[in-house]
Design a protein. Structure first.
Ligand code: PLP
Length: 413
């Protein structure tokens, strides 16, 4: 918490120190490990465990903070907020746990009916606080997402109900994630007397790795040497780093579903730096991308390669990595973390510590882990009894107007 305060207070000048400290302490108090994000050491890798929050994925770190931040600001301004979002799994549950039970907030989360994992579904729908509204949409994630976007585009509706989002382009989320990069540097450098280290980050929406990019800029030059972006078969970002080509493909389903993304929503932030922080050039590129679905950044190749290395990992390699890592070290990796660990093998340099971000608990993806190793991940308290617990969810057809009416009927005013 002290480190989080040191870092965040450099970006926040409109919340008194004592209040910011309270918000941070409250946010970390829901984590089950006293270090919040402990580092463990296996073979020649440091694994940064980011999964000790209420929903067992790294998104809790930012969303617990965001929930408390919203609560504080809404109280201060005497306002109410209705959060609306669509999820393909992890974000929705982390967002729900971030705001459950908060007085001035209602949250409406759409997920594709019967198209997310049973555990993910139960994690969301068993939260029966009266401010939480789960909506299962008959359709795909894209259908759910399209409805959310169309409601946000309706400016009148958005204003009337003070609609807000918690998606991964929210700066407060990125900021909260910068903290554990700096934490890792302090921790590893203290123990190994090195002055330089590398990170590998399982990547989907480019949020976590962008936080690493910010941390790299904040720390003395060379402290973070290399940021490796690890993607699954959805390899648009890896292609971009390797060849400067950023073109949309079809979303492929993999064993690491939270990274099944093509257009990464935080990518624009990096483009801004690549365009020497000139907003007009960034806007031009983004407009071109939405017109053509492709960008060619040949001219920036050298800079991109100074900033990132990248590898795309197949489901076969994920399974093989989970299995061999367990054989060698007796440690279970979840499929997202395994994407990173495999990529780290490609880029590990002797003598330079490598930190791999562990973004989800293996128990959250137990089928994949069991199939790879034959071992069932140990039970976790927060999933205990979840399959049988009372749950609440409204199943609806994928129609803008139906969902709009449902929200209007249940929103805080
Ligand atoms: C969201 C998520 C990721 C991807 O993180 P981004 O910030 O979107 O790049 C990786 N692993 C898990 C388990 C996630 O939930």
């Amino acid at each position: 918490p002290e480190l989080a305060f040191e870092i965040m207070s450099r970006f926040i000048d409109d919340i008194p120190s004592s209040s910011l400290k309270n918000i941070i302490n409250k946010s970390y108090s829901t984590f089950t490990h006293e270090e919040v994000t402990p580092l463990v050491h296996h073979g020649d890798l440091h694994i940064l465990e980011l999964f000790h929050g209420p929903t067992l994925a790294f998104k809790d770190i930012a969303l617990q903070f965001l929930g408390n931040l919203f609560e504080y600001l809404l109280d201060k301004e005497d306002l109410k907020l209705n959060i609306l979002g669509a999820t393909s799994g992890d974000t929705g549950s982390a967002a729900i746990y971030g705001v459950r039970g908060k007085k001035r907030i209602n949250i409406f989360i759409l997920h594709p009916h019967q198209r997310i994992s049973r555990v993910q579904e139960k994690q969301m729908t068993t939260v029966t606080d009266e401010n939480v509204f789960n909506i299962a949409v008959r359709g795909s994630f894209d259908d759910a997402q399209a409805i959310v976007k169309s409601l946000f585009r309706d400016i009148e509706f958005k204003k009337k109900y003070n609609l807000g989002a918690v998606n991964s382009i929210n700066w407060a989320r990125i900021l909260a994630q910068v903290v554990y990069f700096v934490y890792s540097c302090l921790h590893v450098i203290r123990h190994e007397k090195d002055c330089s280290l590398d990170f590998t980050i399982p990547t989907g929406n480019f949020g976590d790795i962008f936080a690493g990019f910010i941390a790299k800029k904040m720390l003395p030059a060379g402290t973070i040497r290399q940021l490796t972006m690890a993607t699954n078969a959805n390899d648009i970002l890896t292609r971009f780093v390797k060849s400067g080509d950023y073109s949309l493909g079809e979303v492929k389903m993999t064993s690491s579903p939270s990274m099944d993304i093509q257009a990464a929503s935080n990518f624009e932030r990096y483009l801004y730096y690549l365009m020497d922080q000139v907003p007009a050039r960034t806007a031009e590129l983004m407009a071109e991308f939405s017109r053509c679905g492709t960008l060619n950044l040949d001219d920036c190749q050298e800079q991109i390669r100074r900033d990132f290395t990248a590898a795309s990992i197949s489901d076969g390699e994920v399974s093989e990595t989970i299995s061999s890592f367990y054989d060698k070290h007796g440690y279970l990796l979840d499929p997202h973390t395994a994407v990173g660990v495999k990529a780290a093998e490609h880029f590990k340099t002797a003598g330079i510590p490598m930190v791999c971000l562990a973004t989800a608990h293996p128990a959250k993806f137990s089928e994949v882990v069991k199939e790879a190793t034959g071992v069932m991940p140990p039970a976790v308290d927060s999933l205990d009894g979840i399959m049988e617990a009372e749950s609440r969810c409204k199943v609806m057809v994928a129609k803008d107007n139906d969902i709009r009416a449902y929200i209007a009927a249940h929103a805080l005013r």
